[in-house]
Design a binder for this molecule. Structure first.
Ligand SMILES: [Zn+2]
Length: 301
């Protein structure tokens, strides 16, 4: 699932390439992506992109007075260029250096289908894709981004300059809910999902399943520091990575998430899987749970 660091890099690339460009065509290949049925994406044809911004994990293509195209990427949504810009993207990849060149070497799976295709007056075509088994990507045409419920409900964003310890505590402290769930709850904190919540908790040395209300002052301080640190460092690290390489860059940067069976980079213990909500997440027993093993349902038990 795309989370704020990758979505931020995506919107920065889109802003650099699309600001000032007029929308010349819209092809909705999967009608279920259109969430604002009274205002179709094609209603923005001929309008000019005034800027591209991020709200939590959502993308906001602003078209000045004509409105906004807000995109929820859902679980498996993403974007790709489908124009003659392959050369430009390859050049950008080369310019970011050897470490980000590696993901291209891996043989890609079948590319995910384009669900919506947006064409611009410089010949560029942006495709919105979804790699899932069901359609999770959605688009809205609105006058203001906060007309989209998923934007209106967003809590404070740890990447924002004005995100403070006070705002963090207001969102987290005292909550009778497992702290990993609170971190991922978009109403509490915007932009964090399964991967970065694992990273935050591992850095903070906090158990993912303890209730937020049970955290002491020192744990809350570590959790605040880890939340802002992990999110902001990831945004800096992902900045400038071409959108086709962002998922691989994210996977490569994880220290705990997705690394069950590998050694914890802090203490050397084996990182472990545990079951959380409808998915699997990872933690270090020595660093985070005092050695306690968390339940893992089914599968690789
Ligand atoms: Zn450890």
């Amino acid at each position: 699932m795309p989370e704020s660091p990758e979505v931020q890099a995506l919107v920065e690339e889109l802003d650099a390439r699309l600001a000032g460009r007029a929308l010349t065509g819209v092809d909705v290949l999967e009608f279920r992506t259109t969430k604002s049925r009274s205002r179709l994406p094609a209603s923005l044809i001929a309008a000019t992109v005034s800027g591209v911004a991020r709200h939590g994990k959502l993308v906001d293509l602003a078209f000045g007075d004509a409105g906004h195209l807000v995109i929820s990427l859902g679980r498996h949504g993403w974007a790709r260029w489908a124009d003659a810009s392959g050369g430009a993207e390859a050049a950008a990849a080369a310019a970011t250096g050897p470490e980000s060149a590696a993901p291209d070497a891996a043989a890609p799976a079948d590319p995910p289908p384009a669900l919506v295709s947006l064409s611009f007056d410089d010949g560029a075509t942006l495709e919105l894709t979804d790699a899932g088994n069901w359609v999770s990507l959605g688009t809205w045409v609105v006058d203001r981004p906060d007309e989209v419920p998923a934007v209106a409900k967003l809590g404070p964003d740890p990447a924002d300059a004005d995100f403070s310890r006070e705002r963090f505590e207001a969102a987290v402290a005292g909550r009778r809910k497992q702290v990993k769930a609170v971190l991922q709850e978009q109403e509490s904190l915007a932009g964090i999902g399964n991967a970065y919540s694992d990273e935050v908790l591992h850095r903070a040395k906090v158990s993912p399943v303890v209730h937020a209300a049970a955290l002491d002052e020192a744990e809350l301080a570590r959790l605040f520091s880890a939340t802002t640190g992990v999110v902001r460092e990831a945004i800096e690290a992902r900045r400038g990575v071409p959108i086709a390489q962002l998922k691989a860059a994210k996977v490569a940067a994880m220290r705990a998430h997705g690394r069950a069976g590998e050694a914890c980079p802090v203490c050397g213990d084996d990182l472990r899987d545990f079951s959380f909500a409808s998915t699997t997440a990872q933690y270090c027993p020595t660093c985070q749970t005092g050695g306690e093993l968390l339940p893992l349902k089914g599968g690789e038990g």
